[in-house]
Design a binder for this molecule. Structure first.
Ligand code: FAD
Length: 510
């Protein structure tokens, strides 16, 4: 009998989960509470469950965020606006006929475990609300992660503050903030994006940070996307000790700081009626608006409480996916993961791994072994990364995804490829770490994967080709000269870096 799988949410992780089920011959039904697919990437003027602001541009470049068997259209820009991310998701859903498996506007869902007796877990899941499709029993469930805004209400005096304050979750655009004095609290990606956006119209923006961050631009060497140069198997292996904290991706922030439009401040100590006091005792008066870009907490309200056990700040999930305490491994959490890279490819691999666990093709260790592994991993994670309630977990993206891919049977065999296809190995090891490499072999092998890898540089270059450039001999000579100059500049830069121990394109804001 075909196993039925309930997939909750039709955001990027839900869509790739539906596809993973279909690829494995399972029968998915996806339940989406809103009226459309796309999750967070469907911009709504009125705040909904998941939200983005009007200016959001994706942090990872298009090739780095692509699903493993669906390269984005070459003509899309490398750093896509949220409308283009949504377009990509719609194309993905259409191409793989996912829409027919998705129910929209299903209302709130609660899943309860099926039981064969009072004590015996049957391993099935039953939907409690029956708005769509009547009573349904599912063999397995794939759920996405759900976040809610985290307010720093602990800062004293917020109740006496007479200005306006809100969480970044409510922010859409800078309308209404013209000429205002605004304090943005939080130096993460949202806080920095929003501070930059508001700083174009406000009188002044103050950006408060507790511990600073590395700020990285999207534009890397040669005008190419930064991540396609810096996130390769080789570079990441060589620099794995470098990233204790996920950097802030922002091209405009340094320019706004240097021009004084944004002033960086330390942590907020207290609020007064019209002013904000910082921990260095400096005070900003006549503050009109405070934006709490203080991140998100997660919650899985539809799950039984015993499955919400935590290890450190993270949920206690084996491989960050499956609760170890279930009598039957029939529930997986997909996309509850952070690392230096796009969530899409990690979540997609989690879904591929989960569906094979559901089918019994991957067997899990005994409960105590899984629990021990989770605790050890949590301890290592806490040592290596800056984890907190709002950044509950972080992984090294490549080793983590490889470890799942290995069990799926889709990890690229680099040693073997070295002998059979050395040109491909160069792309896989030195080229951008794109997810097509997980479709070269094994279950889910895609005939187009090899070509997708070889053509990724052309797809990256395509949006830059906006005009015809003449190929006159003069141009050739000047391009040779450019290469020579680039070489000399590179050598000089390297000497400078070694001397000063800095890396380009990174700005540390403390
Ligand atoms: C401002 C912002 C920028 C970001 N930028 C990036 C980026 O550049 N790169 C990146 O990799 N990640 C980024 N992220 C992270 C982002 O969370 C992921 O890109 C991605 O959207 C996660 O996919 P998801 O499917 O898990 O969740 P979502 O996209 O949030 O989708 C979840 C879906 O589930 C539905 N749902 C929720 N509860 C229920 C329920 N009870 N029943 C049924 N349906 C339900 C929601 O309506 C929604 O459609 C960003 C996040 C934010 C907030």
């Amino acid at each position: 009998m075909v196993q039925k799988v309930a997939v909750i949410g039709a955001g990027p992780c839900g869509l790739s989960s539906v596809k993973a089920c279909l690829d494995e011959g399972l029968e998915p039904t996806c339940f989406e509470s809103s009226d459309d697919i796309g999750g967070l990437w469907r911009y709504k003027l009125v705040p909904g469950r998941t939200n983005i602001y009007q200016c959001v541009i994706i942090n990872s470049s298009k090739e780095m965020m692509a699903f493993s068997d669906f390269p984005p259209p070459a003509e899309l820009p490398n750093s896509m606006h949220h409308t283009e991310v949504l377009l990509y998701l719609r194309l993905y859903a259409q191409t793989f006929s996912l829409l027919q498996h998705i129910h929209l506007q299903v209302g709130e869902l609660i899943f309860i475990r099926g039981r064969t007796s009072m004590r015996q877990d049957s391993g099935t899941w039953r939907r409690r609300r029956q708005t769509v499709g009547g009573r349904r029993i599912f063999g397995t469930a794939l759920i996405m992660s759900f976040f809610f805004p985290f307010f720093l209400r602990s800062i004293s005096g917020i109740e006496s503050f007479k200005g306006r304050y809100f969480h970044s979750w409510e922010y859409r655009n800078a309308k209404g903030l013209e000429g205002k004095r605004v304090v943005v609290i939080g130096f993460g990606n949202c806080g920095c994006d929003i501070a930059v956006d508001i700083s174009r119209v406000a009188e002044r923006v103050y950006l408060s940070t507790r511990s600073g961050a590395w700020v990285v631009g999207r534009v890397g060497p040669g005008g190419l996307p930064f991540d396609t140069t810096w996130i390769s198997r080789l570079v990441v292996t060589l620099s794995s000790l470098f990233w204790a904290q996920i950097p802030v991706i922002n091209d405009d922030l340094p320019g706004r700081i240097i021009s004084g439009r944004i002033q960086v401040k330390p942590n907020v100590k207290e609020f007064r009626e019209t002013s904000v006091v910082f921990t260095d005792r400096s005070i900003i008066d006549e503050v009109d608006v405070v934006v709490f870009a203080t991140g998100y907490n997660y919650s899985f309200p539809f799950l039984p409480p015993d499955l919400q056990a935590k290890s450190g700040y993270r949920l206690r999930l084996y491989k960050h996916v499956i609760p170890p305490t279930l009598a039957h491994p029939t529930l997986a959490v997909v996309g509850f993961i952070h690392g230096l890279g796009a969530i899409n490819s990690m979540a997609e691999m989690q879904a591929r791994w989960s569906t094979r666990v559901f089918k019994g093709l991957i067997s899990l260790p005994a409960e105590d072994v899984m629990v021990k592994e989770i605790e050890t991993e949590t301890a290592t994670m806490n040592q290596k990364f800056v984890c907190s309630e709002r950044n509950p977990l972080q992984v090294d993206v490549i080793p983590y995804t490889d470890s799942l891919a290995e069990q799926v049977g889709a990890k690229p065999n680099i040693l073997q490829l070295l002998f059979t296809e050395p040109a491909l190995v160069l792309q896989v090891v030195l080229g951008p770490y794109t997810s097509y490499q997980y479709r070269l072999s094994g279950p889910g092998k895609w005939a187009g994967a090899r070509q997708a890898i070889f053509a990724q540089k052309q797809r990256i270059a395509r949006p830059f080709r906006t005009r015809a450039v003449s190929e006159e001999p003069g141009n050739e000579a000047s391009s040779k000269l450019s290469i020579l100059l680039a070489f000399i500049t590179g050598a000089a830069l390297l000497c400078y870096l070694i001397y000063n121990w800095h890396l380009p394109f990174f700005h540390s804001v403390e």
